[in-house]
Design a protein around this ligand. Structure first.
Ligand SMILES: [Zn+2]
Length: 417
């Protein structure tokens, strides 16, 4: 019989249905859990009386390596922020910086209870390596644009060929996969979008893009194509059924929501990024839910959020949805937690004695609300039966080395900005 990774004694566990259990628990390698009889063969036998065990958080829209840009250009409007801060630094981006930035970002994810990131950035091989080294699950989406980038100086054709090769080879790791990520309809022409979609279908990979983020994008799309962004993507046969993830979706009409549902496309709600950049429009959760769209949460990059903590994103999601719809009943703690952890196969143990979890009462509703609204210490993180974090210390990454490298490496990156 296979050894069970861990037994937590005298603990509390909330499963994916949002139900609270108390007692002794086994967390199995395949991601399932069961009650312990106390005599099983386990690798770790832990006192869980100070812990609350839940499914882990899932971050569906990131640019992990942009942790290197955190705090740059605060207060600038979107276009100046991009032109004066983000684009000039990204011209100096290297493979080494992307791998380092990805690892540093993964350290933040693990420390805040997240075990999955759907990432979109440059140098996909190094993005995947950073995620693999950290032990999280992830999607490494190589960004494609019509203009040359540091990872693809010869433009979109080079990007498509390189991603084709990577997708054929695979990452060599069962938890991390490559994906195709054309940046947006305003940075990719029709041909690039179609070729990206064909490539994703050929390899059955995820197809990731930004869609309907700003009013300008929506208005320009209508002016040029006589239709709105999701209608436009549908008209060029962009969607790959059940494998498309669209970030933002802030300005959708109802028929665009129905199109997203028809293709089982994921819509990624990124409220903090939208509010920080003064976008003015955020996804309508109730309308998207009613249309049957698969909604997920994402932080976006640390440059346009400053945090990769999905608990804060969940809090922002419930705040903006209630505020926008004049309805305090939207996204109650259990529904919010389901949204933030949807699809998770992994586990997190929070410090239930943390003052921010007090008073925790006896029901799951209050416990989950405390995690999301107040933030508790993330003590242990388990992925595939592997312990990425224990007792508040991340085991899978060398934090001293990452911090030291971050200090030195970003000096050149910021030079002249
Ligand atoms: Zn983004």
């Amino acid at each position: 019989m296979t050894e069970v990774p861990v037994r937590y004694r005298d603990s509390r566990l909330i499963d994916e249905s949002g139900k609270l259990y108390q007692g002794d628990f086994l967390l199995h390698k395949d991601g399932s859990w069961s009650k312990s009889k106390g005599d099983e063969d386990v690798k770790f036998n832990l006192n869980g009386s100070d812990r609350l065990i839940t499914r882990s958080l899932q971050n569906w829209h990131t640019h992990l390596s942009m942790i290197l840009n955190r705090g740059m250009g605060e207060d600038l409007p979107l276009q100046r922020w991009l032109d004066e801060m983000i684009f000039p630094t990204e011209k100096k981006l290297t493979k080494e910086l992307v791998e380092l930035g990805t690892k540093a970002a993964c350290a933040e994810l693990i420390a805040t209870g997240t075990t999955f990131a759907c990432d979109m950035y440059y140098f996909p091989k190094e993005m995947a390596n950073g995620m693999i080294d950290s032990g999280i699950r992830g999607i490494a989406g190589g960004t494609i644009t019509d203009f040359p980038t540091t990872s693809y100086p010869n433009g979109p054709e080079q990007a498509i060929n390189d991603l084709d090769k990577l997708l054929k080879e695979g990452t060599g790791n069962s938890r991390v996969e490559y994906a195709v990520a054309p940046h947006a309809i305003y940075t990719c022409g029709k041909e690039t979008l179609i070729k990206s979609s064909e490539l994703a279908r050929k390899h059955q990979s995820f197809l990731i893009t930004h869609a309907s983020e700003t009013r300008n994008e929506v208005a320009t799309c209508h002016k040029e194509n006589n239709c709105y962004p999701i209608e436009y993507l549908d008209s060029i046969d962009f969607f790959s059924k059940n494998k498309t993830a669209l970030a933002h979706c802030g300005w959708l009409k109802k028929n665009e929501m129905r199109l997203m549902a028809k293709y089982d496309s994921k819509a990624i709600h990124c409220p903090t990024s939208n509010m920080k950049l003064g976008i003015g429009g955020t996804m309508s959760y109730p309308a998207m839910k009613e249309a049957g769209v698969d909604i997920r949460l994402g932080t976006d990059g640390a440059a346009s959020n400053n945090s990769l903590d999905l608990r804060q994103e969940a809090k922002m999601a419930s705040m903006i949805q209630r505020h926008d719809h004049w309805d305090a009943s939207i996204l109650n703690p259990q529904e919010l937690w389901k949204l933030a952890t949807k699809g998770s196969k992994d586990w997190v143990a929070w410090n239930i004695d943390d003052i921010r979890m007090q008073p925790h009462g006896i029901d799951e509703r209050r416990l989950l609300a405390n995690i999301v609204y107040s933030n508790a210490d993330c003590l242990d993180v388990w992925v595939d039966g592997i312990e990425l974090r224990h007792g508040g210390i991340t085991m899978s990454l060398n934090m001293d080395e990452i911090s030291e490298k971050m200090k030195h490496s970003v000096k050149d990156y910021y030079d002249g900005i």
